[in-house]
Design a protein around this ligand. Sequence first.
Ligand code: ATP
Ligand code: MG
Length: 347
Amino acid sequence: MKNIILTGDRPSGKLHIGHYVGSLKRRVELQNSGKFDEIYVMIADAQALTDNFDNPQKVRDNITEVALDYLACGIDPNKSTIFVQSHVEQLTELTFYYMNLVTLARLQRNPTVKAEIKQKNFEMSLPMGFLTYPVSQTADITAFKANTVPVGEDQLPMLEQAREIVRSFNGLYGETLVEPKAVLPENKSCLRLPGTDGMAKMSKSLGNCIYLSDSADEIKRKVMGMYTDPNHIKVTDPGDTKNNPTFIYLEAFSTPEHFAKYLPEYASLDELKAHYERGGLGDMKVKKLLNAVMQETLEPIRLRREELAKDIPAVWEMLKRGSDKARAVAAQTLAQVKRAMKINYFE
Ligand code: ATP
Ligand code: MG
C-alpha cells in the first residue's frame, strides 16, 4: 500500500503558532522524510464557507494568506500538492454519497462539532452544511486514498468519523476506500495550543492568536499581554505552570540552546518552572524569554513570507497547478466509488 498524506486548513484567517506546532511543522518534517509517496495539502475553502458563507471575500483573501504561510514554513510545491478544495468538485459528489452512511444523531454527537456550534452561536439555526462538514472531510481524505493525516487533537473525532464511513462503505460496496489514521504532535503541549488569553484553544475565530506573519512589535505586544496565572500576584507568590500559556508555549517552542543564549542562569525549562512554582520568579522575566524565543522562531518564516508576497500571481499559479493535479486524482477515486456503488451506468 502507498503512504499518502492529506492535511489541510480552513482559509478563515492567517495561520498561527498553534497551527505551526499542531500540524504544519510535522507536515514539513514528514514531507522531507522521503517516507511518503504522495502528499496533499488542502486549503479547505468549501469547508470554511460552511460557517463563513456570508463573507466569501474573507475566504477568498485568506486562500492567499494560507498559501503564503505554507510556503514560508517550508511546504514545498515540488514535493507536496497544494490545492484549493472547491476546485476539486469530485469531493462534493463523494460527500453526497457518504451522507447516506451517517446518521444525524452521529453527527450531533461529535464533540468538536458540538463545541464549535456553541462557540459560533449556531444552536438555534444550525446550517446543514456546517453540521455535515465531518462527512465532507471524509471525502477529502478518502479521495486521495490518504492513510496518514497529521492534525491537532481537535480533529480526532473527524478522523474517527472518517474511519467509520470507510468501514461502512467498504462493508456495503466492497473494499474501495482506505482507512486513515491521525498523526498527532509528539510534544503534548502542541496537541492543542491554548490562546494568548488562556482559552483552551488558539483559534482564528477567537482572535487569541500569534500569527506566523505578525511583525516583531506585534509578537512582543501579544507576549507581554499574555494571560498567566491570575493567582500569581506578587513575585514571591508560588505560581502555576500547568494552565499558564506562557509556560505551555515555552514547552512547545523553547530549546536548551535558547536557555543558554537568553537565560543562562537556568539550565533548562524544568528549572525555570520549578522556580516559578516555588515563588520568587516574576512573569516579566518569563515573558521576556518567551518573546526572545518567539522572535527567533518566527523571524525566518516572516522574512520568507514577505519575499513570497511580492509575487502573488505566482502563488495562484502554483495553486492552480496543484488543484488540477488533485482533481485528476480525485476523479479516479470517484470513478471507483461509482463502480462499487453500481452507478457507473454509462461507462
Ligand atoms: P477555525 O477557528 O476557523 O476552525 P482553526 O484555528 O481551528 O480555525 P483549522 O483550519 O480548523 O484552524 O485547523 C487546521 C489544523 O490546525 C488542524 O489540524 C487543527 O487540528 C490544527 N490546529 C488548529 N488550532 C490548533 C491549536 N490551537 N493547537 C494545535 N493544533 C491546532
Ligand atoms: Mg478549526
